[in-house]
Design a protein around this ligand. Structure first.
Ligand code: M6R
Length: 613
């Protein structure tokens, strides 16, 4: 999705810092990039389709390029294809201001017609250029007051936005910005102020950041920033300390962020458990999840998208089993449009790595309006999802840069299971012994995951991937709590290697997908020591009878004996098995994608955080 950076400094030039910020935002997915800088009243713009290197070349073509204030953008095309002209920033007001925008302006067409009738000439096909012209028009009407002008311009648009406009001027250039939907974060650092749509881009500048609230408009100058709330009042927003380090988002010695992040999982699991298991080791301490909140829960409504939804499906098995509370799991994008019924006593549980996924946020807000209390499992401190929840489990996985979610997923599943234990204990549905047994097994997870990520283990999976990379399709089968892992294995493979893969509940195979099976198909069968193993073995026999090639991933020796390839997964508590089973599937997808020459960290068409519908 699109990314925004901006800076106003008193003396130093901004270009290198803004380009560095755009580089950090690359992981979010983009197809073009641009930069505008101002020095006094001179405004310069460079923008190019394609990677940042193209933008740098465009800047190099302008020998007098410079400036102490600027805004930059990475665009992920929505209105109009990727092109130089459709890239941001957009100029308006006779080239007097430049504007960048994330989000979608739903009423851009009538506004464009209105502006054209007034004599405005559009240079791009984007919805965003409408906002640039509206802002320039309002700036003239407001006698150069950027806050009033942006508020007036935004008053005309419908939709979601984070935007920033650069206003050059003899007395010093300024940036004015606002958000309604996509995030925007500010920081004071060095000799100026910085802004970005993702706090990762601010890490090099300041240890503390300020998150704009919905409807805020901020005027950013070299000396500081002033925030006006949605009602127009000047407000102080408390700075938040950031516990991520600038180096956390670099891939170090690893060839890809995804491989690095897969290998970070033992540490992520250890952090996710640290200080959360109570002294008696039969309960969990989760800040904000009070007995008052938990004993009132009569139903849980999980809302999430993509990989986070699969974590939510595991959560459903764990909560129903351990806390005996019914759970519904919905695609956030479906929930928000299906006139849902939310009963009293519902806890809406949003699961999101970024905390900025538009569908998950909208669905959660709807659940809240309908009377639900809101909990979140989230990786990004200070994100919208975190700020809007009554109680939060932070997954503490550290920045996840690879578009394919790996360590955030295992952290979400662990957090969900800990929450299920806490809920079960608070509601008296889970005995101390049963909780103690599960938590004892959970404490083994970091070392078990470590054992699955040795060089030898990784090489073995790379070898299996070589044998299967040319398969015409993949069917992932799981039962019970391994069913969401079958879905996740298939999602991982298709999103980074572009091969067709489907995840199915193994019991459903006979109801349709069995027709796909032939010797060209690889069937990945998840198994464990659960009572369902025997049923999974029957499914494997049915696959073999039709010539399908079986890859067995799990801990059931009898299923392994039926397979062409085997990945051994250590034994654990059945509810924790997904955390270990998914690790080889992540590696398998990684190696298949690598063999197919795919852009692993930035798969085509995908964005890391989907902040528009
Ligand atoms: O940031 P979120 O966890 O809310 O993102 C949800 C999905 O967009 C995300 O999990 C997506 O499916 C990943 N690309 C999967 O690897």
């Amino acid at each position: 999705m699109c990314g925004i950076v901006g800076a106003v400094r008193s003396a130093a030039p901004v270009t290198a810092g803004l380009l560095e910020g755009l580089r950090v935002l690359e992981y979010r997915g983009y197809d073009s990039a641009g930069l505008a800088t101002a020095e006094g009243s001179t405004l310069r713009v460079a923008k190019r389709e394609g990677r940042l290197a193209n933008l740098e070349a465009a800047i190099a073509e302008q020998p007098d390029w410079g400036g102490h204030a600027g805004i930059g953008h990475t665009r992920w095309a929505t209105h109009g294809p990727p092109s130089d002209l459709n890239s941001h920033p957009h100029l308006a007001g006779g080239g007097g201001v430049a504007l960048v925008h994330n989000g979608i302006l739903e009423n851009h067409e009538p506004l464009r017609r209105e502006l054209e009738a007034e004599g405005v000439t559009f240079r791009s096909q984007t919805d965003s250029e409408v906002l640039a012209h509206l802002f320039a028009k309002e700036l003239a009407a407001a006698h150069g007051d950027p806050v009033r002008a942006l508020r007036a311009a935004l008053g005309r648009v419908e939709g979601s936005y984070a935007c920033a406009a650069l206003i050059p001027g003899g007395g010093g250039a300024r940036v004015v910005c606002s958000r309604n939907g996509p995030p925007l974060v500010l920081a004071r650092g060095g000799d100026g102020c910085w802004l970005a749509s993702d706090l990762l881009a601010l890490l090099p500048h300041a240890p503390e950041v300020v998150f704009l609230e919905e409807g805020d408009v901020a005027l950013v100058e070299a000396e500081g920033f002033t925030i006006h709330d949605a009602g127009g009042e000047v407000v102080e927003r408390a700075p938040k300390a950031v516990d991520w380090q600038p180096g956390d988002s670099s891939k170090g010695q690893w060839p890809h962020h995804m491989l690095k992040e897969i290998h970070e999982q033992p540490g992520v699991l250890a952090r996710g458990l640290a200080n959360r298991i109570g002294p008696a080791r039969d309960d969990v301490a989760l800040e904000g999840f009070t007995d008052e909140l938990l004993t009132s829960v009569e139903r849980v409504q999980v809302l999430a998208c993509g990989t986070a939804l699969h974590a939510g499906m595991v959560a459903a098995y764990a909560i129903e089993q351990l806390a005996r509370v019914p759970v519904d799991v919905d695609f956030a994008s479906e929930f928000r449009y299906r006139e849902p019924v939310v009963q009293g006593g519902t806890l809406s549980l949003a699961i999101s790595q970024s905390g900025e996924t538009a569908d998950t946020l909208a669905a959660t807000r709807l659940a809240q309006q309908l009377g639900a209390r809101v909990a979140a499992i989230c990786n990004v401190q200070g994100s919208s999802q975190v700020r809007e929840a009554d109680a939060v489990v932070l997954t503490q996985a550290g920045p996840e840069i690879g578009v394919a979610s790996t360590k955030a997923f295992t952290a979400q599943v662990l957090a969900a299971i800990l929450l299920a234990v806490r809920l079960g204990r608070a509601k008296g549905a889970l005995s101390a012994d049963a909780a103690g047994e599960l938590l004892g097994a959970a404490r083994q997870l970091p070392s078990q995951a470590e054992g699955m990520l040795t060089t030898a283990a990784r090489e073995a999976i790379a070898e299996i991937a070589r044998r299967h990379a040319a398969a015409k399709g993949f069917l992932f089968l799981g039962r019970g709590v391994s069913f969401p892992i079958a879905l996740e294995g298939a999602l991982k493979l298709k999103e980074i290697s572009y091969v067709h893969a489907e995840g199915y509940a193994a019991g459903e195979m006979k109801h349709g997908p069995i027709a796909l099976i032939d010797p060209g198909m690889t069937i990945v069968c998840l198994n464990g020591s659960s009572p369902l193993s025997e049923k999974m073995r029957s499914n494997v026999e049915q696959v073999r009878a039709r010539g399908g090639v079986v890859l067995s991933v799990g801990s059931d020796p009898e299923t392994h004996a039926l397979a062409s390839d085997v990945v051994e997964v250590p034994e654990t508590h059945p509810l924790l098995a997904p955390i270990l089973q998914v690790i080889p599937l992540q590696l398998f997808s990684y190696f298949v994608a690598d063999l197919r020459g795919c852009d692993i960290d930035k798969p085509r068409n995908l964005a890391k955080s989907v902040t528009v519908e």
